[in-house]
Write a protein that binds this ligand. Structure first.
Ligand code: FDA
Length: 398
């Protein structure tokens, strides 16, 4: 005997739990299936264990997609304030950290418990850990074959996320199901990921590992030029920190990044103008704007003695030094890949889906939500907001 449901949600992560809870509370008979031993690992490890669960300023402008208008409908129907109201209802203490980013005061576990409780309110049935072996169509319904028996459902919602961090259970399940039912994909690639550099070329920067500072970072040409002002972190293998994670989602292999390490100062101009008035040595002058270790390291790597007096240096050399700090152009040779990526860019082509219900036009009853879809947020709580909003849209429509 098959168990019958109105809705089978595959993937009990952020989007899947939200969708199941809403559908269940709306009177649908829902089963939530996940292959993991532990519930919602990505929520648990997110935001350094405190889950940056939304961003107060989240809007369509904070998402990448080949079809940028698609996300507008879902984001406007379930806003950061809606999720915040839920968080408050569950008496979870939170704080705003930076640029509208909201974090739990205590632990990401509270968000998992909250979503679990919301699923319970919707009488959602759980199958976990449970491996899905096949999804097929039988008349008007879907048959989902699992290692603990098959279930029938009128709607299947695929919420299995993207490819990032395979060691905690990420799989290409959503993409396989999409292909099986003839849906197009936007080529997936790692996003919000540290970038790496040729080991030889990076050698001079290794001593700078651990240094962090606020920079402007840019990539792309003309209309696709993108810029962020965020913190940069030097590592042994390359660059990381919010600045690089943000730009990595926009960066394309073979193209350069441009960084301004002293965004508020025209360094060449200030040094040349200051030749008669600035009494300090070069190292001390740069240390007004940069961490001292970076100032000295940069000077040495550029062939200057940190204790050189600027009055003794030709304008041409000072100009070159200033320009290297205000416009440092570097060519990454790759990224740390899905092993370290916080998200997967690309995914199910949104032109295949209804923006109201997240349902496939080609296969009625089949929905895709969350990170599996070609909608990728910036760093800062935007990806969870998409998971909540797309889960809510599908949950209401099934
Ligand atoms: P999610 O990955 O949450 O859930 C997918 C579920 O499907 C998992 O439970 C998985 O086990 C299950 N699954 C996968 N394959 C399956 C299969 N074949 N069969 C059955 N089940 C299967 N975002 C943000 O907004 N704020 C933040 O603070 C962070 N921090 C952060 C830190 C780190 C280290 C990472 C890796 C990511 C973040 N993110 C984030 C991104 C955020 O975690 C991510 O975008 C959402 O979890 C996506 O939600 P989904 O529900 O789509 O997938």
């Amino acid at each position: 005997m098959f168990k019958e449901f109105d809705v089978a949600v595959i993937g009990a992560g952020a989007a899947g739990m939200m969708c199941a809870a809403i559908a269940g509370q709306n009177g649908r008979k829902v089963v939530l299936i996940d292959h993991a031993e532990k519930l919602a690992e990505k929520i648990r490890i997110s935001g350094g264990g405190r889950c940056n669960f939304t961003n107060l300023h989240a809007g369509p402008q904070n998402y990448l997609s080949n079809n940028p208008h698609f996300c507008k409908s879902a984001l406007s129907r379930y806003t950061p304030q809606d999720f915040l109201a839920l968080v408050k209802r569950h008496r979870i203490a939170y704080h705003e950290k930076h640029k509208g980013q909201l974090f739990c005061d205590s632990s990401a576990e509270q968000i998992i418990d909250m979503l679990k409780a919301e699923c319970e309110r919707g009488h959602v049935a759980w199958r976990m850990p449970c491996k899905v072996e096949a999804v097929g169509r039988e008349g008007e319904r879907f048959i989902i074959g699992t290692d603990s028996g098959s279930v029938l459902a009128k709607h299947v919602v695929v919420a299995t996320g993207g490819l990032s961090i395979p060691k905690i259970g990420a799989t290409d399940f959503a993409f396989r199901i999409a292909r099986q039912f003839g849906l197009k994909l936007v080529e997936p690639r790692p996003g919000l990921v540290p970038l790496t550099f040729d080991a030889g070329a990076w050698q001079p920067f290794i001593p700078l590992a651990g240094i962090s500072l606020e920079v402007d970072i840019e990539t792309g040409e003309k209309k696709s030029r993108t810029r962020f002002r965020e913190d940069l972190l030097f590592t042994h293998r390359g660059l990381s920190g919010p600045a690089v994670l943000q730009i990595s989602s926009f960066w394309r292999p073979g193209t350069a990044l441009s960084l301004n390490l002293v965004p508020e100062v025209d360094v060449a101009h200030t040094l040349i103008e200051g030749k008669t008035t600035l009494k300090k040595n070069l190292g001390n002058i740069l240390a007004q704007w940069l961490p001292a270790r970076l100032a000295d390291g940069w000077l040495v790597a550029s062939g200057f003695a940190p204790d050189a007096r600027i009055a003794d240096l030709p304008d041409k050399q000072l100009r070159k030094l200033g320009e290297s700090l205000n416009r440092w152009v570097i060519l990454p040779d790759g990224s740390e890949g899905y092993r370290k990526a916080e998200v997967t860019c690309g995914g199910i082509d949104t032109r295949e889906l209804s923006q109201q219900s997240m349902m496939s036009a080609k296969m009625p009853g089949l929905h895709f939500i969350g990170e599996a879809v070609d909608v990728t947020g910036w760093l800062g709580g935007y990806n969870f907001q998409w998971a909540w909003a797309s889960g809510f849209a599908a949950g209401l429509s099934v």
